[in-house]
Structures are given as structure tokens and as C-alpha cells.
Design a binder for this molecule. Structure first.
Ligand code: SAM
Length: 222
């Protein structure tokens, strides 16, 4: 068995947590405080997050999409594959090192999505964008943590709170899509989505392979 090699560490802004990037042969892992946040061998549900949301808006004229966070770039790449040439994708990534990793050792994994001219990367907290925008996006895709019960950063709780979901509703255009990734179901979160005014569809998607565990994606339409 090839041992894991630590490639880099980075502080998570606004928390005591640290992200660590590891490689083992062709496999990469991003861990936070010792727990795996993302592994390059399992990204089916990260792809599905973008596919489910993009399918609902792909026919619109020049759709605008906000993605928070970048991770290994799979969700961003999947959105770009599904959307047309006139689309615009803003990726908000809190940890600047993650952007560097995606321009360096991780770039091949998802096929260099950051080189696509439709993409703008901002090294910011996605919450700041959601708080200030009005009817700005056709879709907002959130995969910043393990789900509504966060793993990496307490500050992310706002995104999944009633106030955060109300703000996401306001940041979306009419019939916009809020798609949220989670490691597992959360009935209280689904209720908050409905309370914010969304029509909610909850989907269970395998992490990888036919027998892998399942993740939860909420695809909510405003
Ligand atoms: C699980 S990974 C995302 C995986 C991604 N969907 C993919 O396809 O690879 C979570 C990412 O969100 C970032 N992040 C965490 N909190 C954030 C926030 N508030 N705003 C923007 N990015 C954030 C993390 O640094 C990490 O890169």
C-alpha cells in the first residue's frame, strides 16, 4: 500500500481549523482537523449537485451560477459541461490555498475547470455574496461543508439557517435553483427550505460505484 504524502496545509479563515492536502499515488484527499472532507475517488454526488441544478436552468439565456466552494473542482466542471457558452459561473472559495491547489496538483482531476473563460474565482466567503445580492443568480450550488451540520467551520452554520436560506432566496432570480450537498438527510433543514419559500426536491445519490454510501442533495426551486 502506498503511504499518504502530506502536500500542503492551510488555515481556514474564521476558524481554528486547518485544511490538509494529501496524495497517495493518483488519489488525493482534503482533510479538515483529521476528518476527510473530500476524496478524488468519490465525486459522483459532487457532479450530481451541478447536474441536477444545471438541468433546470441550462435552456435560459446566459444563465448565471454561483458555486460555493471549489474543493477539487468537480462540481464546477460538471456545471460547465452542462451549461452553454453564454453562461457565467462564479466560484467562491474561502481558502486561497484551495484555489492554488486547483491550479497546481489538483488541476487535472476535473479537467482544469478554472481555465474555462466562463469561470470567475473569488477567494471569499460565499455567505458574503449571498447576503448582498438580489435576483443575481439562476442557480446557487452549495457544498462548503459536510452539510447543515458543519464539519469545517462554525461560521458556515448561517448558510443553512433560516436567515441564510431567506437570503439565498432573495439572491436568486425567479424560479432560481438552490442546490445543497450533504453527507446525509436532515428533515429540519428540508423544513427550513420550504419555510423560505422553496419547492423542495430531496435526492439520494451514491458517492461512488453501485454499492457506495449515499449522499443527500436538496434541489430547491424559488
Ligand atoms: C467539500 S469541498 C467542495 C467539493 C466540491 N463540490 C468539489 O466538487 O470538489 C468544500 C469546499 O468549500 C470551501 N469552503 C468552506 N466554507 C466556505 C465558505 N463559507 N465559502 C466558500 N468556500 C467555503 C472549502 O475550503 C472547500 O474547498
Amino acid at each position: 500500500m502506498i503511504p499518504w504524502e502530506l502536500l500542503d496545509c492551510a488555515q481556514v479563515p474564521g476558524s481554528s481549523g486547518e485544511l490538509r492536502l494529501y496524495r497517495r499515488g493518483k488519489e488525493f484527499s482534503i482533510r479538515v482537523n483529521g476528518c476527510e472532507l473530500m476524496n478524488s475517488r468519490a465525486h459522483r454526488s459532487e457532479d450530481a449537485l451541478a447536474e441536477l441544478a444545471s438541468a433546470k436552468i441550462a435552456e435560459r439565456h446566459c444563465p448565471r451560477v454561483l458555486i460555493g466552494g471549489l474543493g477539487m473542482g468537480y462540481t464546477t466542471a460538471a456545471a460547465l459541461r452542462r451549461l452553454g457558452t453564454g453562461s457565467r459561473v462564479v466560484v467562491a472559495e474561502l481558502v486561497p490555498a484551495v484555489v492554488q491547489w486547483n491550479r497546481g496538483p489538483l488541476a487535472d482531476l476535473a479537467g482544469h475547470p478554472l481555465q474555462d473563460a466562463r469561470v470567475t474565482v473569488l477567494e471569499v466567503d460565499v455567505a458574503g455574496i449571498i447576503k448582498t445580492e438580489r435576483r443575481a443568480y439562476d442557480a446557487i450550488l452549495l457544498d462548503v461543508d459536510n452539510g447543515p451540520n458543519g464539519l469545517s467551520r462554525e461560521g458556515n452554520d448561517w448558510l443553512y439557517s433560516q436567515a441564510g436560506l431567506d437570503a439565498a432566496y432573495t439572491a436568486l432570480a425567479t424560479k432560481g435553483v438552490l442546490a445543497v450537498w450533504s453527507a446525509g438527510p436532515d428533515s429540519a433543514f428540508a423544513k427550513r427550505l420550504s419555510r423560505a419559500g422553496f419547492e423542495v426536491n430531496e435526492v439520494r445519490v451514491r458517492a461512488r460505484g453501485p454499492r457506495g454510501g449515499r449522499h443527500t442533495i436538496w434541489c430547491a426551486v424559488s
